[in-house]
Design a protein around this ligand. Structure first.
Ligand code: CP
Length: 312
């Protein structure tokens, strides 16, 4: 696993290895308990061309738990604003002996571009590219589901909201199907679905209560307004009336169903605060588990896990 750019094409064994490795970094609670020397002497550069709260900071915490040095390039004050190209930015950071890039960009394929052009010793991790993929988010979501539900076989999972523009949903669907989830549902208005969603390996619903009936996991998504053109932009009030998750609507799911959201949440748009902060919500656990999962991906792509284990 040289780079981590997408879930597409990865085998079930690889996804399970990532989850198991993340498990080895965690304790019984969601708190990460271990600091390990696996990336000592390595330099990791966080390169975020789009805003982020959770992903950038959990990558930084994860890198520090792996004993790496971390560079956070502030893109808004960097020389990219003076017209420097992505390739020149890459070459200059390479000259500072960076060993890994964690990149987020609004263009689908930006992380792939970096991986193609980076020096051979460098690993690239995709922290979200356009509408394409957000693979570490999907893996931390799989980790959260496995912690709560055990095996994926037998599970019914519903993803609700803006599937069309969501890189998170695309990566989650690939991961859930690869891990053998019994049924993956998407629930959305037609305007927020790709033209043929069934090719993604999902069952499609347009009615929220029908779609979440008897599911084990409900994953809510934010309306990705920054990727919408005017015609697609729904009224937030109308959207909440039809697709907002409330405690009343959640009663249709299994009594022990968990509620997830990758964040950021728009309260009162895709979900009610009572649900977001309620007993079935595991939203903040997702954030915490992101540290261990990102530690796993970083140590596996750098190939240091086996070396580190051998050296202990
Ligand atoms: N889930 C997620 O990617 O959140 P951030 O945009 O805050 O990183």
């Amino acid at each position: 696993l040289k780079h981590f750019l997408t879930i597409d094409g990865l085998k079930r064994e690889m996804l399970t290895e990532i989850l198991d490795t993340a498990e080895s970094f965690t304790g019984v609670s969601e708190r990460v308990v271990k600091k390990v020397p696996l990336l000592r002497g390595k330099t990791i550069c966080n390169l975020f061309f789009e805003n982020s709260t959770r992903t950038r900071t959990t990558f930084e915490v994860a890198a520090k738990r792996l004993s790496a040095d971390v560079l956070n390039l502030n893109v808004s004050t960097s020389s990219t604003t003076k017209g420097e190209t992505l390739l020149d930015t890459l070459r200059n950071l390479e000259a500072m002996h960076v060993d890994m890039f964690v990149i987020r960009h609004s263009d689908s394929g930006a992380a792939h571009f970096f991986a193609t052009h980076a020096a051979p010793h460098i690993s690239v991790i995709n922290a979200g590219d356009g509408q394409h993929a957000h693979p570490t988010q999907a893996m931390l979501d799989m980790f959260t589901i496995r912690r709560h539900k055990g095996d994926f076989t037998g599970l019914r999972v519903a993803i609700v909201g803006d599937i069309l523009h969501s890189r998170v949903a695309r990566s989650q669907i690939l991961a859930l199907n690869t891990l053998g989830t019994s049924e993956v549902r998407v629930i959305a208005p037609r305007t927020l679905l790709p033209s043929d969603p069934r090719t993604m390996g999902v069952h499609v619903f347009h009615d929220l209560e029908e779609g979440i009936r008897d599911v084990d996991v409900v994953i809510m998504l934010r309306l990705q307004k920054e990727r919408m053109t005017g015609a697609l932009l729904p009224s937030e009030h109308e959207y909440f009336q039809l697709y907002g998750l409330t405690e009343k609507r959640l009663k249709a799911a299994k009594p022990d169903a968990i509620v997830m959201h990758p964040g950021p949440i728009n309260r009162g748009v895709e979900m009610d605060s009572q649900v977001a902060d309620g007993p079935r919500s595991v939203i903040l656990q997702q954030v915490s588990f992101g540290i261990a999962v990102r530690m796993a991906v970083m140590s596996m792509t750098m190939g240091t896990l086996a070396q580190g284990a051998a050296g202990r």
